[in-house]
Design a protein around this ligand. Structure first.
Ligand code: F6R
Length: 364
């Protein structure tokens, strides 16, 4: 049941404030300023390093979480795509926690990577949407994301719920390891509880995304740029766009632009720049200006301060509510998804069932 929406994807995008709120309530029960994990949980004082493995969108959730675990908890993190990890057979040092992220919990490569780690990693964790899945059953600790059934082949609400659970886990790791005081943890938790409300505001103000998408639909290639936490999200934005609109899209870390991709810039190629007004904003904007100087067509996704400061010369500006920098990738996922969605609708593609793709990839 599409609940009055034209596509499951539209419904699932709209559900995100509710399901992210649900995930938050499961791990951060009201009236308490600590993180509650299922079962025995995990004591991060026993963990020296984290290896995260997944495919596709779930892999981009892992890449985002690397920034959180490293910045908040000071745990070194390695991230790999499952199909590479499993055949590389990497050494797993003692005191490693291996973490597998999968919406379906049945992705063949991710499951094989998990099985490779059994008996090698001290802890096998998973972040899954289907609690009865193989990946959940074969983990020491499975953390459900509470997104509800996801039907659209392009993952949307599972991605933001994966991010939410991974951020909560990073907060728990930081608290366990003394990297975050109880007061700082309480502050972070309070901020996170406000996220669904910001997501509602972002969805309510999404009309400019729709308008911009009508023009994006004319493009043959699109570039996404971001720095720090916005870099994995740029990768996810590019994946969403190519999956459902069949437009070729690529993402780069903004700082990599001048190392090659800047040669692609011309007036026909839209460049989507994701840049909340945070500590890295000036750096990203200076990369954006290199694009503008070569007559590139820039879509800037930022907050009010960022847009006021940097809007000169941009083709389209998408305004997000102001958000704590750590939460920005979850909030900015919404315009990235909507951009892909409206572009695909404008092109008339099969949004919920894109060609050549399956919801669950159980063969390698
Ligand atoms: C993209 C998408 C895929 C999946 C990937 C992993 O929108 O849905 O890239 O993220 O196939 O699937 P799961 O999470 O089920 O392991």
């Amino acid at each position: 049941d599409k609940g009055g929406y034209k596509h499951f994807m539209a419904k699932e995008i709209a559900e995100q404030p509710a399901v992210v709120g649900e995930a938050i309530r499961h791990y951060l029960p009201a009236g308490d300023d600590s993180v509650r994990l299922p079962g025995e949980g995990l004591d991060f004082t026993k963990v020296d390093r984290l290896t995260m493995v997944a495919c596709g969108t779930a892999y981009y959730a892992c890449l985002t979480a690397k920034y959180w675990f490293e910045q908040l908890a000071r745990i070194p993190v390695e991230v790999d795509v499952a199909s590479e990890f499993r055949y590389r057979e990497p050494p797993i040092p003692p005191r490693t926690a291996a973490l597998f992220v999968s919406q379906s919990g049945e992705t063949a490569d991710t499951l094989a990577a998990l099985r490779y780690c059994q008996g090698k990693a001290d802890h096998i964790l998973s972040v899954v949407n289907v609690p009865e899945s193989s990946i959940a059953r074969e983990s020491d600790l499975a953390l459900p994301i509470h997104a509800g059934v996801e039907i659209g082949v392009a993952s949307t609400k599972a991605f933001t719920c994966q991010l939410t659970v991974l951020l909560i886990l990073a907060l728990k790791a930081a608290a366990d390891r003394g990297a975050l005081s109880p007061e700082a943890l309480a502050d972070q938790i309070a901020t996170l509880r406000g996220l669904p409300q910001l997501m509602n505001i972002a969805l309510d103000g999404a009309e400019p995304v729709h308008r911009a998408a009508l023009q994006l639909a004319e493009a043959r290639d699109v570039l996404f740029l971001g720095r720090g936490l916005m870099y994995p999200l740029a990768l996810e934005g590019a994946l969403k766009l190519k999956e459902i609109s069949y437009i070729h899209a690529e993402a780069y870390a903004s700082g990599e632009l001048k190392h090659g991709p800047i040669a692609l810039i011309d007036p026909t190629m839209p460049v989507v720049v994701m840049a909340p007004r945070d500590g890295l904003f000036d750096k990203t904007v200076s990369n954006m200006q290199e694009v503008l100087a070569r007559k590139g067509k820039v879509m800037l996704i930022s907050d009010e301060d960022g847009i006021d400061e940097a809007k000169d010369g941009v083709w389209s500006a998408i305004r997000m509510p102001k958000v704590a920098p750590l939460l920005a990738p979850i909030l900015y996922a919404l315009p990235a998804q909507l951009l892909a969605y409206h572009t695909a609708v404008a092109k008339g593609t099969d949004v919920d069932q894109p060609r050549n793709l399956a919801k669950s990839v159980t063969v390698e």
